[in-house]
Design a protein around this ligand. Structure first.
Ligand code: FES
Length: 322
C-alpha cells in the first residue's frame, strides 16, 4: 500500500480512494470544491514521487513540470510526499469594480485582473486559502481587463454570501482560467445554439458576445430557462444584442408562470422549448451550460435528434459545498 507523507505525517493511502479523501479523513484541511477535477481548488505539489497522470489532466504544462496535481483525481500508486502550494503560486490578485443584483438570488461581480482568458472559460475565486468556488466568465476579453461573473447567492454560502458583502476596491484571489467551452469556430456561417439554465447564462452571454465580435454570420439561437421570472435576468441586455445583430434569436422559458411574465417568455420546460424549434441541429455547434441533470438530459436529447456529440460543448459545475 503506498504511503503518503503530508506535514511530516505518514498516512497509508487506500489505492481506490482519492488522496483528497485520505487526507481529509486523516483530519487535514485541504481546500476543495467540485471533487471532480474541474475547479482546481485541491491543487497540491508532489515533492517526492510521481503523481499519477490522471491527476494532472487539465493542468498547464508549467504546472505539470512543477509536479502539481489535483488531490481529488489522485489515486496514489507509489509513495508520495505532498504539500499545498503557496496561494501566490496558483492565484493572482483581482480588484472588485462592481457588485450589482441582477435577479432574486443572483448578483453580478466584476473584477479587474491581469489574466488572459477566452470567453466561456471559468476561474476559481478564493475567499481565503481554504474556500474557493468556480464561476464562469460572462464577458469577452477587453482592454479594461475586467472580468464579469454571475453569482447565485446562497444564504450562509461560504463564498457567495461572503463575496456579496464586499465593496468596490476590495480584493480577492483568482485562479485560472480553465475550461474549453469557447467559441473557437472556423466557419462563421455555421449555426450556433446556446442553451442555459439559471446562472448558466453567464458563459453563454460571454460566448455570444465573442461570436459577434468575431463577426459570426450564421444564425444563432439562445434558449434561456429559469425556474420563474424572479430568477430570469439579462432579458433586456440580450434583446438589445438581438436587435443590433438580428442573426441572434432569443427564446425564454420559465417553469412557473407569474402575473408579471415579460413578453416573449413562455411557460415551458427548457428541453421542450428547444425541441419545439426547427433547428439545423446536425450542422450546429451547441453550447450547454447549467444544472448538471438538465444538461445531461439535453445532451442526449439533442444527439437523438441529429446533433453531433463532437459539436456539443458543455461545462458542468458540481459543488460539494455551498
Ligand atoms: S478539482 Fe479537485 S476539488 Fe475541484
Amino acid at each position: 500500500m503506498p504511503v503518503v507523507t503530508y506535514q511530516s505525517e505518514t498516512i497509508d493511502a487506500t489505492p481506490d480512494a482519492p488522496l483528497l479523501d485520505t487526507l481529509l479523513d486523516a483530519g487535514h484541511r485541504i481546500p476543495h470544491s467540485c471533487r471532480s477535477g474541474v475547479c482546481h481548488s485541491c491543487m497540491m505539489i508532489c515533492q517526492e514521487g510521481t503523481p499519477p497522470q490522471a491527476a494532472q489532466n487539465g493542468l498547464k504544462p508549467a504546472q505539470k513540470r512543477q509536479n502539481m496535481f489535483l488531490a481529488c483525481s489522485c489515486l496514489p500508486t507509489e509513495d508520495m510526499t505532498v504539500v499545498l502550494p503557496d496561494q501566490s503560486q496558483i492565484t493572482s490578485e483581482a480588484t472588485i469594480t462592481d457588485i450589482t443584483w441582477l435577479a432574486k438570488q443572483v448578483y453580478r461581480l466584476k473584477v479587474r485582473a491581469d489574466m488572459d482568458f477566452i470567453a466561456g472559460q471559468y476561474v476559481t475565486l478564493w475567499r481565503d486559502g481554504e474556500t474557493g468556488r468556480s464561476y464562469s466568465i460572462a464577458n469577452p476579453p477587453n482592454d479594461d481587463k475586467e472580468i464579469e461573473f454571475h453569482i447565485k447567492h446562497i444564504p450562509d454560502g461560504a463564498f457567495s454570501d461572503w463575496a456579496h458583502k464586499l465593496t468596490v476596491g476590495d480584493t480577492l484571489r483568482i485562479q485560472g482560467p480553465m475550461g474549453e467551452c469557447c467559441y473557437g469556430v472556423d466557419d462563421v456561417e455555421c449555426p450556433l445554439v446556446f442553451i442555459g439554465t439559471g446562472t448558466g447564462l453567464a458563459p453563454l452571454y460571454g460566448i455570444i458576445q465573442d461570436a459577434i465580435a468575431h463577426e459570426h454570420q450564421g444564425e444563432m439561437h439562445a434558449f434561456i430557462g429559469a425556474y420563474n421570472t424572479d430568477t430570469l435576468y439579462y432579458i433586456n441586455e440580450l434583446k438589445a444584442l438581438s436587435s443590433k445583430h438580428p442573426q441572434l434569436q432569443l427564446h425564454f422559458s420559465v417553469l412557473k408562470p407569474s402575473d408579471d411574465q415579460p413578453d416573449g417568455v413562455q411557460t415551458l420546460a427548457l428541453d421542450q422549448l428547444v425541441l419545439d424549434q426547427p433547428l439545423p441541429l446536425k450542422q450546429s455547434h451547441i453550447y450547454l451550460c447549467g444544472a448538471p441533470d438538465i444538461i445531461e438530459k439535453l445532451r442526449k436529447q439533442l444527439f437523438l435528434n441529429g446533433a453531433s456529440f463532437q459539436r456539443i460543448h458543455a461545462d458542468v459545475f458540481v459543488h460539494s459545498a455551498p
